[in-house]
Design a protein around this ligand. Structure first.
Ligand SMILES: [Fe+2]
Length: 557
């Protein structure tokens, strides 16, 4: 007991001295918000994560401080063990400084914590940090379980955010405590149509400057793929002049895993005694396609026994006539399906299509590429369904939230989840959807994967608006959520976007014009009838008077 009291006394003495010294000469600081503008993390695996940190470099230089990142675990409710410390190096680009920190050799399925320290001495000791960590701003993440082994997890997916939005929906997302989040595009609406990296940097900084987005992205690992408005102009293509700048800034700003990988990485080389090894040499894979094309951010990764395939539907769209994937991505995509087919440990495929998938009215951008949709449907049938696996498409793009259990998906018949907009003007296209359509702001999905090791992985989806569930479905219990034949988008949903404001003004103008013409016709016909009635009455009066005059004349005779 005495030792504990003495220990506490020593600790508070140390803390007081530390605070006193730090406040006097700024040799050490824990003021995260003074020295760091923003950080986010991605490329999460069972053993690693990438953190990108954006400093207030001028302030760090002014105060002569180094930025350090300490990674630690809790050994009990108060005690921590420092795993590693990293001195951050902020690259060569003075205008847009960023430090990339790869945390590796981590244990699987463990919650890790980290905090930033700013010190005049780059060799700040772990022991000193352990004594002061309570005063530091603390962040965390949880590593995934070993790839290709059963794992329960939850993740979010959504798209479409007005530039710099501070919507409370990001606070809802922070509170979901997701393992990770799939951002399916339109991170901002800068619609940059030139090869201008400065404008792309400004787009990213607008996200950092939003308090609610900053809080969310600092809390949750991210997997981000772009759509049209954050790649180029509206409905942008691979021919957009913005393509080089979009790629340069993505690689600088975004924490991402291996791009364009031949097949997803398993964990057999990391945990050789524990991790299943996937077959990567099977003759069904196409290996002949080689490319040194620097463009494209398509990629795939494993979470438990789920394979995530993220398509890049912008970088190659219409680079070749009537083509959306490009030759390299086409071969790559079929290889990912073949991987699911060959490796029995893969039980569920999530295919990310930033452009909305179900579109019987041909209102969206897939309409010009139905051949590709048909090809993907064939691959899904051959390599997924016929092998006893399942697949679901996750999509964004149109600003509506919906779910279809597959009955209206004429390209593959698999379930389709549509999750947008996080915070942008509500507008709806595509469908129909068996489980309803919601057209409003503040919308996102939470997907809960339950895997008990049997042949079937259960996927429970919730489509939410500001934290309230509006649509629900469970692949293992579909009878609980029967749905209907199909709900279409409500037509002419218009929001507060200037472009759609003009549409609504034109529609209202036309309606007002028709009403005015009808009123004019009605008024003229009334006037004409009144005039005729008056004339008739006048004639009657004249006739009556003439008859009366004749009677008076006759009587007087
Ligand atoms: Fe959008």
């Amino acid at each position: 007991m005495q030792t504990t009291k003495l220990g506490k006394f020593k600790f508070f003495l140390f803390l007081s001295l530390f605070t006193l010294i730090a406040s006097q000469d700024k040799s050490v600081s824990l003021e995260y918000d003074t020295y760091i503008k923003f950080h986010w993390k991605g490329a999460l695996t069972s053993h690693s994560i990438t953190i990108k940190t954006f400093p207030n470099l001028a302030q760090l230089k002014k105060d002569g401080l180094h930025a350090l990142l300490f990674l630690y675990k809790f050994t009990d409710s108060t005690q921590i063990k420092v795993i590693e410390s990293y001195t951050l190096t902020f690259g060569d680009d003075e205008a847009n400084p960023v430090a990339e920190t790869q945390l590796s050799s981590l244990d699987s399925n463990i919650k890790y914590y980290y905090a930033y320290v700013f010190s005049r001495d780059a060799a700040f000791s772990a022991e000193t940090f352990m004594n002061i960590h309570q005063n530091a701003k603390e962040f965390h993440f949880k590593t995934l379980d070993i790839a290709l082994k059963p794992m329960n997890f939850s993740f979010g997916a959504a798209s479409c955010v007005d530039t710099g939005s501070s919507s409370p929906v990001f606070t809802n997302l922070t509170n979901e405590k997701l393992n990770f989040f799939l951002h399916m595009g339109d991170l901002h609406y800068e619609n940059i149509d030139t090869d201008n990296v400065t404008r792309f940097y400004d787009g990213y900084y607008s996200v950092f400057n939003s308090s609610t987005q900053k809080e969310f992205f600092q809390s949750t690992p991210i997997f981000y793929i772009w759509d049209d408005h954050d790649f180029g102009e509206d409905n942008s293509q691979g021919t957009s002049p913005s393509r080089p700048a979009a790629h340069t800034t993505f690689k600088n700003f975004v924490p991402y895993g291996p791009l364009k990988g031949y097949l997803p990485e398993d964990d057999s080389s990391i945990f050789p005694d524990k991790a299943p090894s996937a077959d990567k040499v099977n003759s069904v894979y196409t290996k002949s396609y080689t490319s040194d094309d620097p463009y494209g951010i398509f990629r795939s990764f494993l979470v438990g026994r789920c394979l995530f395939i993220m398509m890049d539907l912008r970088s190659f769209k219409d680079v070749l006539p009537k083509d959306i994937l490009g030759n390299e991505q086409k071969v790559w995509l079929e290889n990912q399906f073949k991987y699911a087919s060959v490796n029995s440990q893969v039980r569920f495929v999530f295919l990310v299509s930033p452009i909305f998938w179900i579109d019987t009215n041909d209102e969206g951008e897939w309409k010009d590429y139905h051949d590709t949709q048909t090809k993907i449907a064939t691959w899904a049938d051959t390599y997924v369904y016929k092998k006893g696996r399942q697949i679901m498409v996750l999509s964004g793009d149109t600003h509506a939230m919906a779910f279809d259990d597959g009955r209206n998906n004429y390209f593959g018949g698999f379930p389709v989840l549509q999750a947008a907009p996080l915070d942008s003007f509500p507008i709806c296209a595509g469908g129909p959807y068996s489980h309803g359509v919601y057209v409003d702001r503040g919308q996102y999905s939470v997907i809960n994967v339950q895997d008990n090791g049997s042949s079937e992985v259960c996927v429970h989806i919730q489509l939410k608006q500001y934290g309230t569930t509006l649509i629900e479905y469970d692949t293992c219990n579909p009878s609980l959520y029967p749905g209907t034949e199909g709900v279409y988008c409500p037509k002419y949903i218009v929001g507060d976007s200037p472009e759609y404001g003009w549409v609504s003004l034109i529609i209202l103008g036309v309606i007002a014009g028709i009403v005015a013409i009808c009123l004019l016709i009605w008024y003229c016909s009334r006037r004409y009838k009144d005039k005729k009635a008056d004339e008739k009455a006048e004639r009657l009066i004249e006739m009556t008077q003439s008859l009366e005059n004749r009677d008076i004349l006759n009587n007087s005779r």
